[in-house]
Design a protein around this ligand. Structure first.
Ligand code: NAD
Ligand code: DAU
Length: 355
């Protein structure tokens, strides 16, 4: 049995689906079901006794104590977080509560549980903390990609909260001996990503005839990884990662935002042309830049590739085509998640990008 937190969100849900597709070990899935958590992501597991869903907060230590004793997991994988940089700029409180205090409570509950395990179970137990490349800050155009030794220089409330959680995880290993591993991954994309993030937002807006908002000049660079490749990397880290180590995860896919948006437009032009035959690229609109916007991220993934023999299965070309097709095939999913409350929030924050 493994315990996954945040398993109704984008990466967590993909991880749970992927995990149960490749092995039979059951999963307890603890998720608060914030706006970003969606049980429909797990519809295909309905009636599957290998998946137990519990709605709850990683900050609820009493609940965690009960779940850990009841299910006796051999590993905890922590995906639960507030994950959207723009939201963290407009309202950082929830990021501090979940990403910092929540991770602290989770670590304390896991430490108490782990301390009481018998020797073999104690030695084999793992806590995997899923983190981000944003903790390293921004890179100059000619700088080498982030290695695991790169200095932490978080620039947004989101990345500062994730950096804080990484430090807590590290300290719980150093001080208490908790067997932790941390992963720092680049930008994910693929099915079930909430349409507040660049790729699903652009696909969704394009199909609805709305502007495609590019922050600033659009030359900011992100390093993209298809979500199931992130999931397989985490499985490798759980299976063979060295306790106390950090593993960067990335696909060597540095691409400027404007190029991502143009690629999506070209794919949509082929797969679902506009009625007027114009390119979706005509909807591209440059808007005010994100405050403190990091210019470039790039992950050096040599360590996980060489030590754990992990490689991504998708290139950006194959992954983005699959992603666009998935959103075309799952229009109801997008309509359902982009509900009234979400749209009202977006309208308040980004009136210049909402049609
Ligand atoms: P997401 O926002 O799609 O999902 C987060 C999930 O966590 C949701 O299901 C939500 O309901 C749940 N959650 C939030 N607060 C909770 C709480 N207090 N208790 C329990 N559950 C809670 O995020 P995502 O994009 O799937 O990211 C998952 C993890 O991966 C995060 O830790 C994020 O920092 C990290 N990460 C994301 C990316 C990316 O590109 N999306 C890249 C690297 C790392
Ligand atoms: O790097 C990993 C991180 O990637 C994760 O830790 C975060 O959880 C995840 O949200 C993501 O953060 P970003 O800020 O990079 O993702 P986002 O999709 O919000 O933005 C990607 C880039 O596109 C970024 O440079 C901002 C830009 N952008 C974004 C949106 C939503 C736009 O130009 N227009 C937009 O409308």
């Amino acid at each position: 049995m493994i315990l996954v937190t945040g398993g109704a969100g984008f990466i967590g849900a993909n991880f749970v689906l992927d995990w149960l597709a490749v092995n039979d070990e059951p999963v307890v899935n603890l998720d608060k079901l914030t706006y970003a958590g969606n049980l429909h992501n797990l519809d295909s597991l309905r009636g599957d006794t290998r998946h137990v869903f519990v709605q709850g907060d990683i900050g609820d230590q009493a609940l965690l104590d009960r779940l850990l004793v009841q299910y006796q997991p051999r590993a905890v994988i922590n995906f639960a977080a507030e994950s959207h940089v723009d939201r963290s700029i407009h309202g950082p409180e929830a990021f501090m509560q979940t990403n910092v205090i929540g991770t602290f409570r989770l670590l304390e509950a896991v430490r108490a549980y782990w301390n009481d395990l018998v020797d073999e179970a104690k030695a084999n137990f793992r806590f995997i903390h899923v983190s981000t490349d944003e903790v390293y800050g921004t890179l100059a155009p000619d700088a080498l990609a982030f290695t695991e030794a790169h200095q932490y220089q978080p620039n947004s409330p989101y990345s500062a909260s994730k950096a804080a959680s990484d430090h807590l995880v590290r300290a719980w290993h150093h001080t208490y001996g908790l067997p932790v591993l941390t992963t720092n991954c680049s930008n994910n994309y693929g099915p079930y990503q909430f349409p507040e993030k660049l790729i699903p937002l652009v696909i969704n807006n394009a199909l609805q005839g709305k502007p495609l908002p590019i922050y600033g000049d659009g030359l900011q660079v992100r390093d993209w990884l298809y979500v199931t490749d992130h999931c397989s990397a985490i499985r490798h880290v759980l299976a063979a990662g060295k306790v106390g180590e950090v593993y960067n995860i990335g696909g060597w896919n540095e691409i400027p935002n404007i190029e991502i948006v143009r690629t999506i437009c070209t794919l949509l032009d082929q797969l679902q042309p506009r009625d007027d035959s114009a390119s979706y690229a005509s909807q591209i609109t440059h808007v005010t830049d994100r405050p403190g916007h990091d210019r470039r991220y790039a992950i050096d993934a040599h360590k996980i590739e060489q030590e754990l023999d992990w490689k991504p299965a998708e290139t950006f070309t194959t992954g983005i085509r699959k992603t666009v097709q998935w959103y075309l095939d799952n229009a109801e999913w997008v309509t359902a998640v982009a509900s009234g409350a979400y749209r009202a929030w977006m309208a308040r924050q980004y009136t210049d990008t909402i049609a």
